[in-house]
Design a protein around this ligand. Structure first.
Ligand code: GDP
Ligand code: IMO
Ligand code: MG
Length: 427
């Protein structure tokens, strides 16, 4: 089992950080392949809680080499502040590797992210404001700045000039903002070069060699399937591919090397930011899920929108990612409900629909069709095996598995590393 992908099966915040950290002790490399510091991955180790944004969650496992792949967008200021924060807490970060081909988020990307959202008004996406979309837009427009550009001052200057030429017109004429000086940006970026240099490597080569040698490589997704720019609820998505194919392009590893794809799936559903969400709750149940599940964004501190489990989405995640397994998280949060609604299909314009509609209009009209599963009231946070779970909790898990199209190989019953029921080993 040399290469595994671990990704979000819903709209993000499924518990990818915890799942990655759990496996981190047994893998050689943990690789971020897309996104940037829009992610907020929480890892709880004993009484210590870590919130990781840009760094792979494997950084907390001493034997593991953390890698930032070419598909990630790197804000160097955030990178160093995150590294400093971990170093102050005694975490050794010296093994980190960063692809020279990863693109940089510069202050102008963050500015443009914020002004664009303001300009969109009520049509805004609700981005994290971290410059993610504008940095990927520059990458695709071929005016991006890459990590390796920091090591050649004259190239850097030319590239920043090319990137700002058009943007300054837009900033000044459309948004009424001050134009950004090329020299200022170049100076700021060059200020990171010396500290960045030792981490920079040909990460595609290193990872392919590692897989060929039988080392275990784990690709850790950010965001989630429904936030994918191709397969998500466009335009209410992020600007990268958090689906499994993104691991190949974002790390430089071929699909034939990937042996397992694990979808992290919350036992209910949450979403941050704007966009359709068929099972969203606006009542006391939604409030209770938010409170009990602690559903507040790790990156922006926004309350997460909460709703019941949606099997249509889970089936879709199985399909577009080729999932081999699910890791079901936060089952403990559902303790105490007499019965738990689960969305098994949608009603769209009077018709029952089993698969996620590919038309945006249809998805906006989708109404959940619920089945009601019996709940449980016993505390399940100490459960170590599937048999330790009360019968109704077992049946809930089995029903979700049946509806979702891939085996549930682990169950989270609390935020800590050991609050996990392993059913099938991932390694
Ligand atoms: P990520 O972005 O996918 O890594 O998820 P987040 O860290 O943003 O949000 C998941 C939250 O749920 C974090 O606060 C985790 O500590 C917590 N968590 C993860 N798994 C479980 C679980 O099985 N039960 C409970 N109660 N909390 C969990
Ligand atoms: P993790 O990795 C949940 C959402 C934002 C917004 C949309 C676009 O912790 O699961 P962006 O800043 O990426 O351009 O915002 O995507 N979003 C997330 N939602 N979890 C995340 O990451 C997210 N990263 C981005 O709220 O709706
Ligand atoms: Mg998160």
């Amino acid at each position: 089992m040399p290469a595994l992908v671990l990704l979000g099966a819903q709209w993000g915040d499924e518990g990818k950080g915890k799942a990655t950290d759990l496996l981190g002790g047994s893998v050689d490399y943990v690789v971020r392949f897309q996104g940037g510091n829009n992610a907020g991955h929480t890892v709880v180790v004993g009484d210590q809680k870590y919130a990781l944004h840009l760094l792979p969650s494997g950084i907390l496992s001493p034997g593991c080499t953390p890698v930032i792949g070419n598909g990630v967008v790197v804000d160097p200021a955030v990178l160093f502040s995150e590294l400093n924060g971990l170093n102050e807490r005694g975490v050794d970060t010296s093994k980190l590797l960063i692809s020279g081909n990863a693109h940089l988020i510069t202050p102008y990307h963050t500015t443009i992210d914020k002004v664009t959202e303001r300009f969109l008004g009520k049509r805004k996406i609700g981005t994290t404001g971290r410059g993610i979309g504008p940095a990927y837009a520059d990458k695709i427009n071929r005016v991006g700045i890459r990590v390796q550009d920091l090591f050649d001052e004259s190239i850097l200057e030319q590239k920043v000039e090319a990137a700002l030429d058009f943007k300054n017109q837009v900033l000044a004429k459309l948004y009424n903002r001050r134009a950004i000086a090329v020299g200022e940006v170049v100076e700021e970026l060059l200020g990171f070069a010396d500290r960045l240099r030792p981490y920079v490597a040909d990460t595609s080569l290193i990872l392919n060699n590692a897989i060929d040698e039988g080392k275990v490589v784990l690709f850790e997704g950010g965001q989630g399937t429904l936030l994918d720019v191709d397969h998500g609820t466009y335009p209410f998505v992020t600007s990268s591919n958090p689906t499994s194919g993104g691991a190949c392009t974002g790390a430089g590893v071929g699909p034939t090397k990937i042996s397992r794809v694990i979808g992290i799936l919350k036992a209910y559903t949450t979403r941050v930011g704007a966009g359709p969400f068929p099972t969203e709750l606006f009542d006391d149940d939604g409030e209770a899920l938010r409170r009990i599940g602690g559903e507040r964004g790790v990156t922006t501190g926004r309350d997460r929108r909460c709703g019941w489990f949606d099997a249509v989405i889970a089936r879709y995640a199985t399909r577009v990612n080729g999932l081999t397994d699910f890791f079901l998280t936060k089952l403990d949060v559902l303790t105490g409900w007499e019965q738990i609604p689960v969305c098994v299909a949608y009603e769209i314009d009077g018709k029952r629909v089993e698969d996620l509609p590919y038309s945006q209009t249809d998805f906006h009209h989708a109404k959940p069709i619920y089945e009601y599963l019996p709940g449980w009231s016993e505390d399940i946070t100490k459960a170590k095996t599937f048999d330790d779970l009360p019968k109704n909790a077992q049946d809930y898990v089995k029903a979700l598995e049946e509806m979702s199209g891939a085996p549930i190989s682990a169950i989270g019953v609390g935020p800590g590393r050991d609050e996990t029921i392993e059913i099938n080993s991932f390694l």
